[in-house]
Design a protein around this ligand. Sequence first.
Ligand SMILES: [Fe+2]
Ligand SMILES: [Fe+2]
Length: 294
Amino acid sequence: MNATTFSNAEIAPLASLDEWEDDLLVRYPDPDSIAQAKAKEEFRNYDTPARDTVTEFYRLNHKYQTYDFVMEKERNFLKFDKKEMTLWESFDFLNTLVDDSDPDIDLDQLQHLLQTSEAIRADGHPDWFVLTGLLHDMGKVLCLFGEPQWAVVGDTFPVGCQHSDKIVFPEFFGANPDAHDERYNTKYGVYEPNCGLRNVHMSWGHDEYLYQMTKNYLPESALYMIRYHSFYAQHRENAYTHLMDEHDHEYFKWVKVFNPYDLYTKSPKVPNWKELRPYYEDLAAKYLPATLKF
Ligand SMILES: [Fe+2]
Ligand SMILES: [Fe+2]
C-alpha cells in the first residue's frame, strides 16, 4: 500500500455530503415549477460559505483523482472484503454517516433514497427501477471506511484521458499530474475511439463502487443509472461521446430518466419507513441476495 495520507481538512472539505448535491441543484435547477421555489432558495444561498467549501471540495477532487489513484481504489475496494450486511443493516450503517450540517434541515441518507424510490414508484416505473432509486447512493458508505469526501461524491469523469472543459471547475485539473502526462492528457489517452464506457475507468466514488457491488443482480438499465448517475459531463453536457459505443447510447437514456428523480425529489416531507418497509423487503428479496458484501 502506497496510499497518500490526507489531512482532516483534505478528507472532509464539506460540512455535509449534501453540499455537493445542493450545488448540483444550483448548476442544474429543476425545470418544473413545483421545485422552483426550492431552486430559488438555493440560488439565494449561492454566496454562502457552502460555496467556498464546494470550491475546495472540487479543487481536491480534481487534483487527486488521477489514473493511479483510481487503480489503487479499485484494487482495494473491489475485493469487497470490508463488511457483509443485509440491506437493512446497510441502511442503518449508512445512516451513521452524520456530518456537521444542521440536522433539522438535512434529511438523513435513507430519506433521500426513499424519496427518490417513492417518486419513481409514484410514476409507475418497473419495480427494478424503484429498487435502483432505493439503492443508488448506498456506495456513500465509503465515507464510513475513512475515504475522503471527494473520493466518494462529486461529479465523476473518465481518468486516463483529457479532462473535458465541460467538467465543473475545469481549471482545477491544472494541479492533476495526469494533465501533464502525455499518456493521459490526449483526447483518447489510454483508450480507443468509441471503445465503450465499460472499458473506461471513471474517477473513483460511490457510483462505481455500488455498480461493482450490484452488477450481477440488476438489469442493465439499472446498472447504467447506478454507475453513471454522477457523470454530469456526459449525461448533461455530452462531453465524452467519443468514448461511447452504441450500447452506451442506448442505456444512457435511462441515466437521463433517472437524474431528475435523484436531483429534484428532495422534500422536507419524511417518508414513513415503517409503513414502506414490507414493500421494499419483498422488492429487495426479488433481486438481491440475503447479504451484500462491502
Ligand atoms: Fe449519488
Ligand atoms: Fe442521490
